[in-house]
Ligand binder design. Structure first.
Ligand code: 2BA
Length: 109
Protein backbone atom coordinates (compact mmCIF):
# COMPACT_ATOMS: atom_id res chain seq x y z
CA UNK A 1 0.00 0.00 0.00
CA UNK A 2 1.06 3.60 -0.62
CA UNK A 3 0.14 6.98 0.82
CA UNK A 4 0.18 9.81 -1.68
CA UNK A 5 0.59 13.28 -0.23
CA UNK A 6 -0.24 15.90 -2.85
CA UNK A 7 0.02 19.65 -2.23
CA UNK A 8 -2.12 21.58 -4.70
CA UNK A 9 -3.37 25.12 -5.14
CA UNK A 10 -6.72 25.92 -3.52
CA UNK A 11 -8.12 26.77 -6.98
CA UNK A 12 -7.60 23.15 -8.07
CA UNK A 13 -8.72 21.39 -4.92
CA UNK A 14 -12.46 21.08 -5.70
CA UNK A 15 -11.79 19.75 -9.17
CA UNK A 16 -9.24 17.25 -7.82
CA UNK A 17 -11.52 15.96 -5.05
CA UNK A 18 -14.36 15.58 -7.58
CA UNK A 19 -12.15 13.62 -9.98
CA UNK A 20 -10.82 11.38 -7.18
CA UNK A 21 -14.36 10.53 -6.06
CA UNK A 22 -15.37 9.88 -9.69
CA UNK A 23 -12.43 7.47 -10.09
CA UNK A 24 -13.33 5.79 -6.78
CA UNK A 25 -10.22 6.84 -4.84
CA UNK A 26 -10.56 7.82 -1.19
CA UNK A 27 -8.89 10.99 -0.02
CA UNK A 28 -8.62 13.40 2.91
CA UNK A 29 -8.17 17.13 2.35
CA UNK A 30 -6.20 19.29 4.77
CA UNK A 31 -5.93 23.05 4.73
CA UNK A 32 -2.23 23.93 4.53
CA UNK A 33 0.06 26.91 4.01
CA UNK A 34 3.09 27.13 1.72
CA UNK A 35 6.30 27.98 3.56
CA UNK A 36 7.57 30.28 0.82
CA UNK A 37 4.50 32.25 -0.34
CA UNK A 38 2.74 31.86 3.03
CA UNK A 39 -0.47 31.49 1.09
CA UNK A 40 -3.13 28.84 1.59
CA UNK A 41 -2.91 25.60 -0.35
CA UNK A 42 -4.54 22.20 0.03
CA UNK A 43 -2.88 18.92 0.99
CA UNK A 44 -4.49 15.65 -0.09
CA UNK A 45 -3.76 12.34 1.65
CA UNK A 46 -4.71 9.44 -0.60
CA UNK A 47 -4.33 5.83 0.56
CA UNK A 48 -4.16 3.34 -2.32
CA UNK A 49 -2.88 -0.05 -3.48
CA UNK A 50 0.56 -0.10 -5.09
CA UNK A 51 -0.84 -0.74 -8.56
CA UNK A 52 -3.08 2.36 -8.38
CA UNK A 53 -0.27 4.91 -8.02
CA UNK A 54 -0.05 5.70 -11.74
CA UNK A 55 -3.83 6.10 -12.05
CA UNK A 56 -3.90 8.58 -9.14
CA UNK A 57 -0.93 10.48 -10.61
CA UNK A 58 -2.86 10.83 -13.87
CA UNK A 59 -5.91 12.23 -12.04
CA UNK A 60 -3.74 14.72 -10.12
CA UNK A 61 -1.85 15.75 -13.24
CA UNK A 62 -5.07 16.39 -15.19
CA UNK A 63 -6.73 18.32 -12.37
CA UNK A 64 -3.96 20.74 -11.37
CA UNK A 65 -2.59 23.66 -13.36
CA UNK A 66 0.72 25.49 -13.23
CA UNK A 67 0.15 29.19 -12.49
CA UNK A 68 2.36 32.25 -12.19
CA UNK A 69 2.19 34.21 -8.95
CA UNK A 70 3.75 37.55 -8.05
CA UNK A 71 5.85 37.68 -4.87
CA UNK A 72 7.47 40.72 -3.30
CA UNK A 73 10.82 39.65 -1.83
CA UNK A 74 11.49 40.74 1.75
CA UNK A 75 14.86 42.50 2.04
CA UNK A 76 16.93 42.99 5.22
CA UNK A 77 16.49 46.78 4.68
CA UNK A 78 12.67 46.67 4.66
CA UNK A 79 11.21 49.08 7.18
CA UNK A 80 14.08 51.59 7.27
CA UNK A 81 13.60 55.04 5.74
CA UNK A 82 16.34 54.80 3.09
CA UNK A 83 15.43 51.30 1.95
CA UNK A 84 14.48 50.65 -1.67
CA UNK A 85 11.21 49.01 -2.63
CA UNK A 86 11.87 45.57 -4.08
CA UNK A 87 10.06 44.77 -7.33
CA UNK A 88 7.65 41.84 -7.28
CA UNK A 89 9.02 38.74 -8.98
CA UNK A 90 7.01 36.04 -10.70
CA UNK A 91 7.23 32.43 -9.41
CA UNK A 92 5.68 29.35 -10.94
CA UNK A 93 3.40 27.47 -8.56
CA UNK A 94 2.12 23.92 -9.00
CA UNK A 95 0.41 22.11 -10.66
CA UNK A 96 1.06 19.73 -7.73
CA UNK A 97 3.86 18.67 -5.39
CA UNK A 98 3.46 14.96 -4.84
CA UNK A 99 5.12 12.54 -2.41
CA UNK A 100 4.54 8.77 -2.66
CA UNK A 101 5.23 6.97 0.60
CA UNK A 102 5.16 3.29 1.54
CA UNK A 103 2.57 2.35 4.17
CA UNK A 104 3.80 -0.21 6.70
CA UNK A 105 0.37 -1.04 8.08
CA UNK A 106 -3.20 0.07 7.39
CA UNK A 107 -6.18 -0.54 9.66
CA UNK A 108 -9.75 0.63 9.18
CA UNK A 109 -11.82 -0.15 12.27
P1 2BA B 1 5.27 27.52 -1.20
O1 2BA B 1 6.34 27.07 -0.26
O2 2BA B 1 4.46 28.70 -0.81
O3 2BA B 1 6.00 27.76 -2.62
C1 2BA B 1 5.29 28.32 -3.70
C2 2BA B 1 6.18 28.39 -4.93
O4 2BA B 1 7.26 29.30 -4.67
C3 2BA B 1 6.83 27.05 -5.29
O5 2BA B 1 5.96 26.32 -6.11
C4 2BA B 1 8.11 27.48 -6.00
O6 2BA B 1 7.86 27.80 -7.36
C5 2BA B 1 8.46 28.78 -5.29
N1 2BA B 1 9.45 28.58 -4.23
C6 2BA B 1 9.32 27.85 -3.10
N2 2BA B 1 10.44 27.93 -2.34
C7 2BA B 1 11.29 28.70 -3.02
C8 2BA B 1 12.62 29.18 -2.76
N3 2BA B 1 13.28 28.84 -1.63
N4 2BA B 1 13.20 29.98 -3.70
C9 2BA B 1 12.54 30.33 -4.81
N5 2BA B 1 11.29 29.94 -5.12
C10 2BA B 1 10.68 29.13 -4.23
P2 2BA B 1 5.89 24.75 -6.00
O7 2BA B 1 7.29 24.17 -6.08
O8 2BA B 1 4.91 24.26 -7.02
O9 2BA B 1 5.35 24.41 -4.53
C11 2BA B 1 3.98 24.62 -4.17
C12 2BA B 1 3.80 24.31 -2.70
O10 2BA B 1 4.11 22.92 -2.48
C13 2BA B 1 4.75 25.04 -1.76
O11 2BA B 1 4.25 26.33 -1.48
C14 2BA B 1 4.77 24.13 -0.54
O12 2BA B 1 3.58 24.30 0.22
C15 2BA B 1 4.72 22.75 -1.18
N6 2BA B 1 6.05 22.17 -1.37
C16 2BA B 1 6.85 22.32 -2.45
N7 2BA B 1 7.98 21.62 -2.31
C17 2BA B 1 7.91 21.03 -1.10
C18 2BA B 1 8.78 20.17 -0.36
N8 2BA B 1 9.98 19.77 -0.85
N9 2BA B 1 8.39 19.76 0.87
C19 2BA B 1 7.20 20.14 1.37
N10 2BA B 1 6.32 20.95 0.72
C20 2BA B 1 6.68 21.39 -0.49
Amino acid sequence: MKLIIAIVQDKDSNRLSGELVKANFRATKLASTGGFLRAGNTTFMIGIDDDQVDAVMTVINKSCKIREQLVTPITPMSGTTDSYLPLPVEVQVGGATVFVMPVERFEHF
